[in-house]
Ligand binder design. Structure first.
Ligand code: PMP
Length: 353
């Protein structure tokens, strides 16, 4: 196969051995003479997958047993609903949100259906070109919600505020990409389809003690406590995405864990940002201090050169470089599995152009 340099924003590149092992599991899982797709999720072979997929997350994030790990359906978008359903008090519920992009705004829109929402910081008026930092969050809120990486604009929170309430974070587009003190969060969620695995499953990491306090009658399927009680098998889990996520996390663990991934991600981002800053034909969308290590959004200063540039990167075997439809331009997503060599190919195209 003539493998492309895949800069797609998600679903996106995964380690090659994950593609190979998951393809093999579809044909014959663990040598049991059955496909992963035709066995019960209650079989011992799959229960072992789910158990390890939950355990490896805590090892990688260095979290203790105060936390539970769930693999749920419905995408990160369902978490926009489950978070307020589980955490916003039924009486006088009130939450604080940071508005750093379209996905953050989507979470705000859903939370408003459950109670009152204060947007404590927003960069909307400046096309989400930076991450607001000048705000405080007091104990009057049931929780604070932020988005660690803004997939479309290429901004990233470099530090997290100290808040006087629960800390909830959507890490969909930079989970497992950098070292963080994960214990500063009470709830983390992430759609798998960037650094973690294929589309179809969402990771939720939640501190048990925060649950059961909203006073709401939560439908079972939306209740984190029910999923925890059933060890993430309340209903039939998306078995293939869970298995492929486990393989991706094992690959991460076997290659130096999050610290080593971060070092590789820093090197890739540095290479590309240095070229954008050096090359008079290109500029980024966002403030330098907030630049994302994961999604490098940039544009041509002279739009008339678009066709020629598009032809040049396509001819170099590059795929998935178009920017999000809402802002245009280009977006090079440098997720964990993208090799440095692919970034070098893109930088060479930009240099020659
Ligand atoms: N949050 C962020 C930061 C995202 O990048 C995305 C999707 N790219 C979502 C939420 C929505 O995820 P899903 O499509 O899994 O619902």
């Amino acid at each position: 196969m003539n493998k492309k340099h895949n800069f797609s924003a998600g679903p996106c590149i995964l380690p090659q051995d994950v593609f190979e092992k998951s393809a093999q599991a579809i044909l014959d899982f663990n040598g049991i003479g059955l496909s992963l797709l035709e066995i019960s999720h209650r079989s011992k072979d799959f229960v072992a997958v789910m158990d390890e997929a939950r355990a490896i997350v805590k090892r990688l994030m260095n979290l203790n047993d105060d936390y539970e790990v769930l693999y749920l359906g419905g995408g990160a978008s369902l978490q926009f609903v489950m978070v307020p359903f589980n955490l916003m008090k039924s009486e006088n519920g009130k939450a604080a949100y940071l508005d750093t992009g379209v996905w953050a705004a989507g979470a705000i829109k859903e939370a408003k259906k459950f109670g009152s929402v204060d947007v404590v910081g927003s960069s909307k008026e400046d096309n989400y070109s930076y991450v607001p930092k000048d705000y405080t969050v007091g104990s009057e809120y049931d929780y604070f919600h932020c988005t660690s990486n803004n997939t479309i604009y290429g901004t990233q929170m470099k530090s997290f505020p100290k808040v006087d309430t629960l800390m909830v974070c959507d890490m969909s587009s930079d989970i497992f990409s950098r070292e963080l003190d994960f214990s500063q969060f009470d709830l983390i969620y992430a759609g798998a389809q960037k650094n973690m695995g294929p589309a179809g499953v969402t990771l939720v990491v939640v501190k048990k003690e925060i649950l059961g306090k909203s006073g709401r009658d939560i439908p079972s399927i939306l209740d984190y406590s029910q999923h925890i009680a059933k060890e993430s098998m309340y209903n039939t889990p998306p078995v293939f995405p869970v298995y492929a996520s486990l393989l991706t996390l094992q690959h991460l663990e076997n290659n130096g864990g999050i610290a080593a991934a971060e070092a590789r991600n820093q090197a890739k981002a540095k290479l590309l940002y240095e070229e954008i800053d050096r090359n008079p034909l290109f500029e980024t969308f966002c403030k330098k201090e907030d630049r994302s290590l994961m999604n490098v959004s940039f544009r041509l200063l002279d739009e008339s050169k678009k066709e020629a540039f598009d032809n040049a990167w396509k001819a170099a075997g590059i795929s998935g470089l178009n920017g999000h439809r809402s802002i245009g331009g280009y977006r090079a997503s440098l997720y964990n599995a993208l090799p440095l060599e692919s970034v070098q190919v893109l930088v060479d195209v930009m240099k020659n152009f």
